[in-house]
Design a protein around this ligand. Structure first.
Ligand SMILES: Cc1ncc(COP(=O)(O)O)c(C=O)c1O
Length: 473
C-alpha cells in the first residue's frame, strides 16, 4: 500500500508536472510545508491529483536534486532542511549552562510514575464503555467523581459526595467558574490574601469582581478583618498560605466558618498542596467545618504532574447548578479519557503512592535547604517548611529582593521575590524575602540550584563579605 497522506496544493492549469513543481516549491518557501514533513507516496499523490505516477516521481526527483526534498529509496520523501540563513532568521543565543529554577508552585516532574500512569491510561481506555466514549457529563465522569469523593474524605476530611464534585482543567478554571457564578448572583467584592498569584487575582477581576486584599501574619490571613470589608466571598489557602507558608490558625478556621454561616458569604478554599505535610500535625480541610459555605478546590498538578491538567471543586448544593451553567457557557470541558485514567490511578492507589514518594523527596530537599541556609547564609531565615513545596526565605534587611533576582538571572537561576506575589497597590507588611520552591529542579540539579542561590544572595549584599562565612568542615 502506498502511503496516502492528504496534501493541499494549489495547482494551476497547464502542464501538470510544471504546475506541481511550482506548487510544492511555493508551499515549502512560505512555510506551509515545514522541514521534515513527509510527503505522500508518488502513487497516492498521483491518484489524488489525477495525474500520472511518473509525473509525480519526476517532480520529486527534480526537487530532491535542487535540495528542496530529501528522498530515501524505499522509505519515502520529506521536505528538506534548507538552513536558516536564507530566511534571515538569526539563531537564538545559546546559554552556556542550562537554566535551573527554584520557583514556588512548580512541582517536580521527574519523580512522576510514568509507568503507573501509562497502565492507568491503558486500563481506562480498554475498560471504557461505548457511553464513556461519548459526550461526558458536564460535571465530570462519574468514575472520577466517585474516586475523588472517597479520596478527599479519607485524606483531607472533605465532606464530599460524587454529585457535589465538578471536575475542571485546573484550579484557575474552577476559580473563574465559581467567580462568574457569584457575580451572576449579585456579588461585587471578593477578598484575597495579600500575597498570592497575580494570575488568580486577574481571573477574579475578569469575572467582573473587585479584588480586596486581606493582610497575612504568622497565623495566616487576618480573617477577622472580613467583618468590615463588605465582601461576598474570600479566597484562601488555609493549609499552607501561598507563598508565605504559614497554616491558617485553628481559631481562624472556626471564626471563618461562623462568619460565612452568619453572613451567607462563600469561602473558596484553595487546597493546592494539602497532601504535603511533613510534621505529624494534619490540618484537615476547612470545608469540613461548613460544607454549605465552602467551595473546596484541589488539583492533581502537585501530586502527579501539571501536564495531566485536572482539578476538582467540591461545591455547596446551592452553587453547583450555577457553576455548571458557567461551564456550559465557557464551552470547555476536560477530556473524559484523561478523567477515566485519573479515576483508575486513584482507585489503584497509585495516587497515594505518588504523594508518599514525592513527600519523601520534598522532605529531603527542605532539610537540605534548611542546612544550606544555616551554614552559608547567616542573616537569612527559612520559614513555612512544615508543608507543601515551597517556603519563604527572608533576606537580611540590607539585601534587596530585586538585586538578588538580578544576580540569579545572570547565573541562569529562576527565582521569585515575595514582592511579585503582593497585591498591586497594597504592599505587604512582610520584610524582603524569596518564595523558594524546592520541587522544581531535577534531582541532579538541586544542589547546583542551591549553590547559585547562595551566590546570588551573597553577591546582592552590599556588605557581601558579611554573609560569606566559610563552610565548617
Ligand atoms: C496557590 C496555588 N493554587 C492553585 C494551584 C493549582 O493550579 P493548577 O491546578 O492550575 O495546577 C497552584 C499551582 O501552582 C498554586 O500555586
Amino acid at each position: 500500500m502506498p502511503l496516502g497522506l492528504d496534501l493541499h496544493l494549489d495547482l494551476t492549469r497547464g502542464r501538470p508536472g510544471r504546475s506541481l513543481e511550482e506548487a510544492l516549491r511555493a508551499a515549502i518557501t512560505d512555510g506551509r510545508l515545514a522541514p521534515d514533513t513527509r510527503l505522500p507516496a508518488a502513487r497516492s499523490l498521483a491518484a489524488d491529483l489525477g495525474i500520472s505516477r511518473n509525473t509525480v516521481a519526476d517532480v520529486y526527483a527534480q526537487l530532491a536534486a535542487e535540495g528542496w526534498l530529501t528522498a530515501r529509496v524505499g522509505a519515502g520523501t520529506w521536505v528538506a532542511h534548507r538552513g536558516t540563513a536564507a530566511s534571515g532568521a538569526r539563531p537564538a543565543p545559546v546559554r552556556k549552562r542550562p537554566w535551573v529554577g527554584l520557583r514556588a508552585g512548580i512541582p517536580s516532574t521527574t519523580v512522576f510514575g510514568r509507568r503507573e500512569w501509562t497502565t492507568a491510561v491503558r486500563q481506562a481506555v480498554l475498560d471504557a464503555s461505548a457511553a464513556d466514549l461519548g459526550y461526558p457529563d458536564p460535571a465530570g465522569t462519574p468514575q472520577l467523581r466517585a474516586a475523588l469523593a472517597a479520596y478527599l474524605a479519607r485524606t483531607r476530611g472533605v465532606v464530599a459526595r460524587q454529585d457535589s464534585i465538578v471536575v475542571g482543567h485546573g484550579y484557575a478554571e474552577l476559580l473563574g467558574l465559581v467567580c462568574r457564578a457569584l457575580r451572576n448572583r449579585g456579588a461585587e467584592r471578593v477578598a484575597v490574601e495579600q500575597y498570592g498569584h497575580d494570575s488568580h487575582r486577574r481571573v477574579i477581576a475578569a469575572a467582573g469582581l473587585t479584588v480586596v486584599p486581606v493582610p497575612v501574619d504568622e497565623d495566616g490571613a487576618e480573617v477577622r478583618l472580613l467583618e468590615r470589608l463588605g465582601v461576598s466571598a474570600v479566597v484562601l489557602t488555609p493549609a499552607h498560605q501561598f507563598p508565605v507558608g504559614v497554616p491558617l490558625a485553628p481559631d481562624r478556621h472556626r471564626w471563618l466558618a461562623s462568619w460565612a454561616g452568619r453572613t451567607g458569604a462563600l469561602v473558596i478554599e484553595d487546597d493546592y498542596d494539602g497532601e504535603f505535610r511533613y510534621d505529624r500535625r494534619t490540618i484537615g480541610a476547612l470545608q469540613s467545618l461548613a460544607p454549605d459555605r465552602v467551595a473546596y478546590v484541589g488539583t492533581a498538578s502537585k501530586a502527579t504532574v501539571p501536564a495531566i491538567g485536572l482539578a476538582w471543586g467540591v461545591l455547596p448544593g446551592w452553587l453547583l447548578p450555577d457553576v455548571l451553567e458557567q461551564r456550559d457557557l465557557s464551552g470547555a470541558r476536560p477530556s473524559a479519557l484523561n478523567e477515566l485514567a485519573l479515576a483508575r490511578y486513584l482507585t489503584d492507589h497509585h495516587y497515594d503512592r505518588s504523594v508518599r514518594r514525592l513527600r519523601a523527596t520534598y522532605r529531603m530537599r527542605r532539610a537540605r535547604l534548611a542546612q544550606v541556609t544555616a551554614e552559608e547564609l547567616p542573616g537569612c531565615e527559612v520559614t513555612g517548611l512544615s508543608a507543601g513545596l515551597q517556603c519563604l526565605l527572608t533576606l537580611p534587611p540590607h539585601v534587596p529582593e530585586d538585586a538578588v533576582l538580578r544576580e540569579a538571572l545572570d547565573r541562569g537561576l529562576r527565582l521569585e521575590g515575595l514582592g511579585s506575589f503582593s497585591c498591586e497597590g497594597a504592599p505587604g507588611d512582610l520584610p524582603p524575602a524569596l518564595a523558594i520552591g524546592y520541587a522544581e529542579p531535577a534531582p541532579a540539579q538541586y544542589d547546583r540550584a542551591l549553590q547559585l542561590l547562595v551566590e546570588s544572595i551573597r553577591s546582592a549584599s552590599p556588605a557581601g563579605a558579611a554573609l560569606a562565612r566559610p563552610r565548617t568542615r
